[in-house]
Design a protein. Structure first.
Length: 230
């Protein structure tokens, strides 16, 4: 069931709508990071004086430029770690579209849904961003104490948190929260295993950017397989 859902989702990843969602998320992320570069460089340039007098050296006029350039380099380094969670947050705004695309392609006989309020999409996005961030911070804190177990802790924790968030987002589109919770408990090991599969490429740069879209598509297929079996 899991691999069938996963490989179907891989096919859904290359549809024009999915590519457009990825492009929007990555574009918004790059725009935000570039804006942060500019703000940080300007702020550092404003805080560091244009010229200072140093003993034995005399007047130094390049300190502000050096500090601004250094801050940009630091931000570029940090962006390697910030790119995935920030992109996940932006792409999270459009995960509803991913689920709609999957259902239109593979489950055309489903009844139509009422549009989800934008505030609910924002709430789900913040929760998803917080989940990814918290999971990685906890795994990072545990790393010094459980060095050899760190990869397994990372996969187990991210698998649990990602599967819970993805399944809740998908299931509550089609059923009441109580029914979604019951379905989750009934299939929690399968759902967790699917979450672990999503977590494996989460630490790979660039590949981790597609996880929100791939996860939403995979769990949409998984949800309909589970409800169909019922």
């Amino acid at each position: 069931m899991i691999f069938t859902a996963f490989f179907r989702a891989l096919g859904d990843l290359f549809t024009p709508r999915a590519i457009k969602i990825l492009a929007k998320g990555i574009g918004l992320t790059l725009a935000l990071l570039i804006a942060l570069y500019i703000i940080v460089a300007k702020l550092v340039g404003w805080l560091v004086p244009d010229q200072i007098m140093l003993p034995l050296i005399g007047e130094v006029t390049w300190l502000s430029d050096l500090a601004s350039g250094g801050s940009v380099l630091i931000m570029m380094f940090l962006s390697v770690f910030l790119m995935a969670p920030v992109a996940s947050a932006f792409i999270g705004l459009f995960l509803e579209e991913v689920a709609e695309e999957v259902e239109e392609r593979h489950y055309p006989n489903l009844p139509p849904l009422s549009p989800k309020p934008f505030s609910q999409s924002v709430e789900e996005t913040i929760r998803f961003f917080g989940t990814v961030l918290a999971a990685n911070l906890i795994a990072l804190m545990l790393l010094p104490f459980f060095f050899f177990m760190a990869p397994f802790i990372f996969l187990a924790m991210n698998g649990y948190l990602l599967s819970r968030e993805f399944f809740q987002m998908v299931a509550t589109r089609r059923m009441a929260p109580q029914a979604a919770r019951a379905l989750y408990l009934e299939n929690r090991f399968t759902i967790w295993t699917a979450g672990v599969l999503m977590a494996i490429p989460l630490s790979i740069p660039l590949l981790n950017l597609v996880i929100p879209v791939l996860g939403a598509a995979s769990f949409t297929h998984l949800f309909h397989r589970m409800t169909g079996q019922r």
